[in-house]
Design a protein around this ligand. Structure first.
Ligand code: PRX
Length: 654
């Protein structure tokens, strides 16, 4: 946490605060702070009331929380549920039957569809039956590798409908990353598509799946949606077209009645070791947590058009495009393509065309558009917007203000939402009708959530002091375990302190005198590149898998738009020359091994890496060199010449 004091200093300069506009507050779901008090008095009854009033259960639960085997917490014990019932059936039985559930805009302007709740329900049921026809059963894993088309949520909901566990892999991951995730989950079926559009080009999804499946023996079938009509390979006896599979299948499928704790999905995320972690979420608690945070934080009403720009391949898309909004019966906008294609005003033109009212995006996107200039949003009527949100990384006050002024026209509250793949739901965020905003702060824990900041020994730190962000009380949509690795679950999240069982987030933060949380960023070896998590260890192991590389160390370097970018220091094996061609080859290698998001911005070849006497790579030193900062304590360093060499290389090459 060496950079910490500097960050705090810059954040402390921010003084402006923004009260919720009176007319917003008046109409908001949450108008005053009594929910906080209520949750504080008795958090079990708080969650109990939400679960009972907001969610439908086939059979009521007997107990809200079981902490007898902590940290393997269980919620809503004995309850029977299916999240798809809450996302579909209950709306179909109401006046919402013909309400738009998904408004889809393809990247080509003319590709658009509106899908009502009734239609979505029928599509999900039909595809659920189709999956059954393939032999998919409760508890089976299904990997979904698709672009942003409505069939992606259909596929997810169809799995959930029959109690199968979906594992969506972001469409930007490479064949090799996809293969690792399929094999870890031991998926029986893969659902994919021929391709999708990105920046006017076709991403050949099916070809990537074919490559991934060269070594994925658990997969029996591949279901392929026809989106583009491009030439693809269809493996006999393995690959089936989505439309053929559905032929003659009925659109009625009763939801599988599952236990509250039945697994809903696995979503892989990067950790501090090379192997991605399969975060597991379950039907009951995840439904409750994502439902209420969607309702209260995005203040969704029936006449809203809600747009979250995330890709469904990440947790933001799972919780706040699919499950949370659909459970609330909201109208969700989904966009297939790139933000600036064919022009930098594509997003703003979509907001204008569909009258988007609630808009949720990432700081990296805001900074990107900020650089392009306000003339682009100014070309469009954005007056339909009433609430804005951000997620994924700390938002710098400058970007916050630009967003507030040029997108929100100085009338929309901004909810800066802090959470993680593991938390399932937003844990720290303003409630837009209640909370006074401070640009750059995620403000306060959601009612019922208790967060704190601890020092190295597990003691809460005083205001304005940096420390580790911890969550000290369980919450309904928490991850239940890491798929196939319960020990790692305990080690990774619950073992920061010997005598205190608290959830350690991996983030550093401070709290100000008003109790507001200011997130500093990851304090483990995880990078946040454009709001995406990339494990340095994952990147390092990809690099050393190349025949020319003997050792690699990866660090994050601040970047104006992306927040942070990976920089690699590489030691070559004997016989390999440190040429510009080899640098290029290594970048391509990473693109192939993990995906474009992980490609290092720079690669420096070194004779040796700075290490401690016990052989640990001192990334702290590399970070300081890269930023041109003082190196600090080097007493544990094994060989100082490594530092000199790294310094020289960085200066020469940048
Ligand atoms: O470092 C925090 C950052 O993103 C991490 C979680 O990444 P992921 O699991 O990929 O989920 C991203 C979307 C929920 C966190 O540990 N992060 C997320 N939201 C914020 C944030 N940092 C600061 N402010 C936020 N609002």
């Amino acid at each position: 946490m060496s950079e910490e004091p500097k960050v705090i200093e810059s954040l402390l300069k921010v003084e402006e605060t923004y009260e919720p506009p009176a007319d917003f507050r008046e109409k908001a779901w949450v108008k005053d702070d009594s929910v906080y008090k209520k949750a504080e008095e008795d958090f079990i009854s708080f969650w109990d009331e939400i679960a009972k009033t907001e969610i439908e259960w086939f059979e009521p639960y007997e107990k809200v929380l079981d902490d007898s085997n902590a940290p393997f917490y269980k919620w809503f014990i004995g309850g029977k549920i299916n999240i798809t019932y809450n996302c579909l059936d209950r709306h179909v039985k109401s006046w919402r039957k013909n309400k738009a559930a998904i408004i889809w805009q393809g990247e080509p302007e003319e590709d658009k569809r509106v899908i009502t709740y009734y239609e979505l329900y029928r599509r999900v049921c039909r595809f659920a039956n189709a999956l059954k026809k393939l032999g998919v059963k409760k508890g089976d894993r299904v990997t979904i590798y698709m672009g942003m088309v409505p069939e992606l949520p259909v596929a997810m909901l169809a799995c959930a409908r029959i109690g199968a566990i979906h594992s969506v892999v972001f469409g930007g991951f490479s064949a090799s990353a996809l293969r690792d995730r399929i094999n870890d989950a031991q998926a029986k079926v893969v659902i994919t598509m021929d391709g999708f559009y990105r920046r006017g080009k076709v991403v050949e999804t099916k070809r990537i799946v074919d490559e991934a499946l060269e070594d994925a023996p658990s997969v029996q079938n591949v279901v392929v949606l026809k989106r583009i009509g491009n030439e693809i390979n269809m493996e006999e006896d393995r690959d089936i077209w989505w439309h053929d599979l559905q032929y003659g299948v009925t659109p009625e499928c009763e939801p599988e009645v599952v236990d509250s704790e039945h697994p809903l999905f696995i979503l892989y995320t990067s950790g501090t070791t090379g192997k991605p972690k399969g975060v597991l979420h379950v039907h009951g608690g995840y439904n409750v947590g994502t439902h209420i945070t969607t309702k209260w934080i995005f203040d969704l009403k029936d006449d809203d058009i809600y747009w979250c720009t995330a890709d469904i391949g990440w947790i933001t898309g799972h919780s706040y495009i699919v499950y949370g909004p659909l459970s609330n019966g909201a109208t969700v906008l989904m966009y297939e393509g790139a933000p600036d294609y064919p022009q930098p005003d594509r997003w703003w033109s979509i907001i204008e065309r569909y009258g988007v009212t609630v808009f949720y995006t990432a700081p990296t996107a805001i900074r990107f558009f900020m650089r392009l200039g306000e003339e682009w949003p100014k070309k469009h009527d954005l007056s339909s917007l009433r609430l804005l949100g951000t997620v994924g990384e700390p938002i710098n006050p400058e970007a916050w203000k630009w967003y507030y002024k040029y997108i929100g026209n100085e009338k929309c509250p901004i909810v800066d939402t802090w959470w993680q793949t593991e938390t399932g739901m937003i844990l720290i965020s303003p409630l837009p009708g209640v909370t006074k905003l401070k640009p750059g702060s995620a403000t306060l824990p959601f009612p019922g959530v208790v967060a704190d900041i601890y020092d190295e020994d597990g003691n809460p730190v005083p205001p304005n002091t940096g420390g580790k962000l911890v969550i000290t009380r369980p919450w309904p949509s928490m991850l239940r375990t890491l798929w196939g690795d319960p020990d790692r679950y305990v080690r990774q999240y619950w073992s920061a302190y010997k005598d205190k069982l608290v959830y350690f987030t991996g983030d550093g933060a401070r709290r100000d005198e008003d109790g507001y949380f200011w997130i500093i960023g990851r304090i483990d070896d995880v990078l946040n590149v454009s709001g995406h998590r990339i494990g340095t260890a994952e990147l390092e192991s990809a690099l050393v898998a190349h025949k020319a590389v003997s050792e690699a160390a990866v660090i994050g370097k601040p970047h104006e738009v992306k927040g942070e970018v990976p920089v690699a220091f590489v030691v070559l094996k004997a016989g390999y020359e440190p040429t510009p061609e080899l640098k290029k080859e290594l970048k391509n290698w990473v693109r192939k091994e993990i995906g474009p998001i992980a490609v290092p911005e720079e690669i420096h070849f070194l004779e040796k890496l700075p290490k401690t006497r016990s052989g640990k790579i001192m990334r702290r030193i590399l970070r300081a060199i890269e930023k041109g900062e003082a190196i600090g304590d080097v007493t544990t360093l094994e060989d100082e010449t490594a530092v000199e060499e790294a310094k020289k290389k960085v200066v020469e090459e940048e």
